[in-house]
Design a protein. Structure first.
Length: 239
């Protein structure tokens, strides 16, 4: 594959998932490698990037240790993208490659390169605007966050911006990637998605019982976000 680095983020304690990822990628022509994921369950203290009080005030809840570990793991992948100065395909280790996967990569690397960050999977269906159509493939801008960060390609210029803005961890990784208002990097997507993650269980198992905010807690979060927009020098939820 032309000028493409491929990284699979994987926990050392999940050998079966590593084997599955290896099996999937062995059917491709990609050269790839594992990055050992940051195991959030082993973090003894929150990292300096994470500011619990601000996160709880603006999100209404703390991120879980595994969410923090996930964010830090992707940050390592962006740093590898910068180090090698190559577009980088980033996987989490819970994916299934669909038949049009390699053809889609070829199109993105040769026929349509006007992107900096592009999504290859989603957990939720979303409406979108079509940016470019090439045969059966459409490059789109989603109207909502499709959720998940199991497969995407990032270019070095975008990775540099993401690393800079990851000095503060203020939301789950997949939301951060879509938060263009904050970091200024537009995340496009390719449809139909060439990577399927619908059948794979997540290793972030410590957020499943998180309840949606209601009542006074939801009102307080809205108020805190309003104050943040109005008075913070670098608001987390800008207009």
């Amino acid at each position: 594959m032309i000028n493409l680095q491929t990284i699979v983020i994987s926990l050392l304690r999940s050998p079966q998932r590593r084997e599955t990822a290896q099996s999937e990628l062995s059917r491709t022509n990609l050269k790839w490698s594992f990055i050992d994921a940051v195991d959030g369950s082993q973090l003894k203290f929150p990292p300096p990037e994470y500011q619990s009080r601000k996160v709880k005030r603006l999100l209404g809840f703390d991120l879980t240790p595994n969410e923090i570990g996930c964010f830090l793991s992707h940050k390592q992948a962006w740093q590898a993208c910068l180090k090698n100065n190559q577009p980088t395909l980033v996987f989490e280790d819970d994916f299934i490659l669909l038949p049009h996967f390699e053809n889609t990569l070829q199109l993105l690397l040769t026929e349509f390169q006007d992107w900096r960050l592009i999504r290859l999977q989603a957990l939720a269906k979303t409406q979108h605007d079509v940016v470019k159509t090439i045969g059966d493939i459409s490059i789109v801008k989603n109207h909502e966050d499709p959720l998940g960060a199991t497969a995407y390609i990032v270019k070095p210029e975008a990775a540099k911006i993401l690393v800079e803005h990851a000095k503060d961890i203020y939301e789950p990784l997949d939301h951060f990637l879509e938060h263009e208002q904050k970091h200024g990097v537009e995340m496009l997507a390719v449809k139909p998605y060439p990577v399927d993650i619908s059948k794979a269980p997540s290793t972030i198992s410590d957020r499943s019982d998180r309840e949606s905010l209601r009542g006074i807690r939801k009102k307080m979060r809205s108020l805190n976000r309003l104050l943040d927009r109005a008075f913070a020098k670098d608001p987390w939820f800008p207009k």
